[in-house]
Design a protein around this ligand. Structure first.
Ligand code: FMN
Length: 139
């Protein structure tokens, strides 16, 4: 199994309904593929982790990479894993804006960075830390 994490920018004007559509499709498709993960949206940017069988995850990443609803898709991490970290998430989705209000102290060190691309590109493991923390807050 592998896990892949990428960041990207939503195209201008992508609205909540369109994001809800992406999430719904993802939940249906990923369940069939045995792929789990999490999709975060903050201020026009996405961060997504997908995990599962190598070939399936790679193929999904290629499909998502070509999706015209986002641009600048940048792979941060691709790693072999022995177990799934987001096992009970078919494709959890969170809009960080809402969470900011609930957990400002926990999230602020990460959100000051605002899913800032350069920080995560320099230190991809920070993205993993960030996602792990999310999992803890939400579950
Ligand atoms: C940010 C983002 C994340 C996405 N994540 C997934 C995903 O996890 N699984 C998935 O099947 N599609 C995902 N998609 C949608 C795919 O690019 C594609 O539109 C969809 O899989 C097509 O599904 P269909 O073949 O059932 O019509 C994502 C799209 C975007 C913009």
């Amino acid at each position: 199994m592998i896990c892949m994490v990428y960041i990207s920018s939503a195209i201008l004007g992508l609205n909540d309904r369109q994001i809800a559509n992406i999430v719904r499709t993802s939940q249906i498709n990923n369940e069939q593929l045995g792929i789990t993960g999490i999709l975060l949206y903050n201020n026009g940017n996405f961060m997504q982790l997908i995990e599962g069988e190598e070939e399936k995850v790679e193929a999904l990443y290629e499909k998502v990479r070509g999706d015209r609803r986002h641009t600048g898709v940048t792979l941060l991490l691709k790693e072999p894993i022995t177990h799934k970290n987001f096992d009970n998430w078919v494709m959890g989705y969170r809009n960080i804006d809402n969470l900011k209000k609930i957990e400002p102290e926990l999230l602020s060190p990460f959100l000051d960075e605002d899913l800032n691309f350069s920080i995560y590109k320099k230190n991809p493991y920070r993205a993993l830390q960030f996602l792990e923390m999310f999992k803890k807050i939400i579950s």
